[in-house]
Design a protein around this ligand. Structure first.
Ligand SMILES: CC(C)(COP(=O)(O)OP(=O)(O)OC[C@H]1O[C@@H](n2cnc3c(N)ncnc32)[C@H](O)[C@@H]1OP(=O)(O)O)[C@@H](O)C(=O)NCCC(=O)NCCS
Length: 154
């Protein structure tokens, strides 16, 4: 499918609240996109069962293609990921918007996210959505990378 048509299709997609049954999907995708930073294939699935973390799953028909996790009440986006073959088709944008809407309904005033300084794609993604860099933390990740802290008022 052409990029524009894919974007149109996925920009209208559904998100639902995750359940324990999403553990395998979250674990596999985390392994694929986050293991260069540390043991996130173990850490991220544990967040799924943390009562202070809300997780949304992007679904196309019944197939999960991405997820996002919000920590409440801190407003930190702990993770957001889209399957590599579906990236750049607006799925991340849909997830981020729904997380923002959820945070707003919960009365949160600000979202923050940590992202590796070498993860230029994610920085552009968040900056395009209105986030600004407000700080950094050296060796934030167990594999040694520095994290940038990005934030946006709701
Ligand atoms: C970051 C991520 C969630 C973005 O989701 P996505 O569905 O690919 O992003 P979208 O299609 O909604 O992108 C919207 C805009 O953000 C920007 N953007 C997103 N990914 C980008 C990249 N790799 N390089 C440059 N710009 C990018 C673009 O401006 C894009 O619009 P365009 O395609 O019209 O140019 C996804 O790339 C991902 O899962 N990455 C791996 C995990 C990760 O790094 N997560 C973030 C840290 S928690």
């Amino acid at each position: 499918m052409m990029k524009k048509r894919k974007e149109k299709r996925y920009a209208q997609g559904l998100t639902r609240v995750a359940s324990e049954g999403d553990g395998d999907f979250v674990q596999k995708l985390s392994c694929e996109v986050f293991s260069i930073y540390g043991d996130y294939d173990e850490i991220v699935p544990r967040w799924l069962s943390n009562p202070d973390v809300l997780t949304l799953i992007y679904v196309d028909d019944v197939h999960p293609l991405g997820f996002a996790m919000l920590s409440v009440p801190s407003g930190e986006i702990l993770a957001i990921a889209v399957m590599p073959q579906y990236q750049r088709t607006r799925i991340g944008s849909v997830l981020l918007k729904r997380i923002r809407d959820l945070a707003s309904q919960l009365g949160l005033r600000r979202l923050t996210v940590h992202t590796a300084d070498e993860n230029a794609g994610a920085q552009l993604f968040f900056q395009k959505a209105g986030f600004e860099v407000i700080g950094s933390r050296e060796r934030y990740y167990s594999q040694g990378q520095t994290a940038l802290i990005l934030s946006k008022g709701i």
